[in-house]
Design a protein around this ligand. Structure first.
Ligand code: ADP
Ligand code: MG
Length: 309
């Protein structure tokens, strides 16, 4: 929402520019001229500390914190393992007939190079160094929604009070929306039905004001080997796609936290995830298991539109 179409276009452009800057900084696949990004850090593993923008330092400090909070279930230093899965998935999508799984020995070898304590952040010098030459960062589980969070906060400061940013199915609402009568009302955001073939596209519609909604699911990115589906969230314990749930959804204000938690909870049994969520203020979760009823943290259902208890 904006006062005029002109103001709206200006806000949109600002949002785009802001997200684009993060996109370049947090990229692990591409180089950008004059920019030291996460790829630059990876390229310099075991060689030299890389001077980076404060926005990278902050993302990595945030990611280390979330590693501690989740007992290592979301690890941005997991790149050595994730990149092997990524290569096999890409090759498998390009040539489905000949799709292959990563070699388990190779996964095990690479897993020895995923120690987040070897990610050295020097805040004073504004540098980042990977001590282990074989390690690499993959910020895919956190960076997208972390960037959205920072963008939302920046836009609020710039005067954008009511809006919604949706990036790849993950949503951050800013303030409220306005209903037909012009009164402030919560945004309505749906949770995707993991059964993509079903006529029912959403499982629940939530009422969200200033809240984020982030889902990790097996249907987002995957490939098929010998008739079996292999998705993109890798359990650090088994080094294989996590087998606990079809999807996990997090609702809370901070979209970066929601993203980190959605991946982490996807990699742990329900009981562990529930305990973690209940220990955090203003964070709710919903789990969709392979069998049986959906599961909810204690305050989740209150977010559901028209929910009656
Ligand atoms: P998406 O970004 O696809 O919505 P996620 O937030 O769950 O879903 O992030 C998935 C991405 O996170 C993967 O593509 C991969 O880059 C990365 N990833 C997968 N498993 C882990 C893990 N155990 N720890 C950290 N990052 C992971
Ligand atoms: Mg995530």
């Amino acid at each position: 929402y904006a006062e005029s179409e002109e103001a709206f276009s200006e806000y949109s452009q600002q949002i785009y520019d802001c997200l684009n800057e993060y996109h370049q900084l947090y990229n692990i696949y591409n180089d950008y001229e004059g920019v030291n990004n996460i790829k630059t850090i990876n390229d310099n593993a075991g060689i030299a500390p890389v001077k980076v923008d404060r926005k990278i330092i902050e993302l990595l400090l945030f990611s280390k914190e979330k590693y501690e909070l989740t007992n290592g279930k979301v690890n941005v230093a997991f790149g050595a393992v994730l990149s092997l899965w990524h290569e096999h998935r890409q090759a498998g999508l390009d040539d489905p007939e000949n799709a292959t799984l990563p070699d388990f020995e190779e996964l095990t070898l690479r897993a020895q190079h995923t120690d987040i304590n070897k990610l050295i952040i020097d805040e004073g010098a504004s540098t980042v160094y990977l001590e282990d030459p074989e390690m690499s960062l993959d910020v895919g589980a956190i960076a997208k929604c972390y960037a959205v969070e920072k963008t939302a906060l920046e836009m609020e400061k710039a005067g954008f009070k009511n809006g919604m940013i949706s990036v790849g199915g993950n949503v951050r609402t800013i303030g409220s929306k306005f209903d037909d009568q012009g009164n402030e009302a919560p945004w309505n955001v749906g949770i995707q039905n993991p059964d993509l073939e079903s006529e029912q596209k959403t499982i629940h519609v939530l009422n969200l004001t200033d809240y984020s909604l982030v889902t990790s699911g097996i249907y987002e990115r995957n490939y098929t080997v010998n008739g079996e589906i292999y998705h993109h969230i890798i359990d650090p314990e088994t080094l294989m796609p996590a087998k606990y749930f079809v999807s996990v959804t997090i609702a809370c204000q901070d979209s970066g936290l929601a993203d980190a938690l959605s991946t982490a909870l996807f990699n742990m049994p329900f009981e562990d995830g529930l305990e973690l969520i209940e220990s955090l203020d203003g964070v709710e979760a919903m789990w969709i298991p392979y069998d049986g009823p959906y599961k909810y943290s204690s305050g989740f259902q209150e977010l559901i539109k028209d929910y009656q208890n």
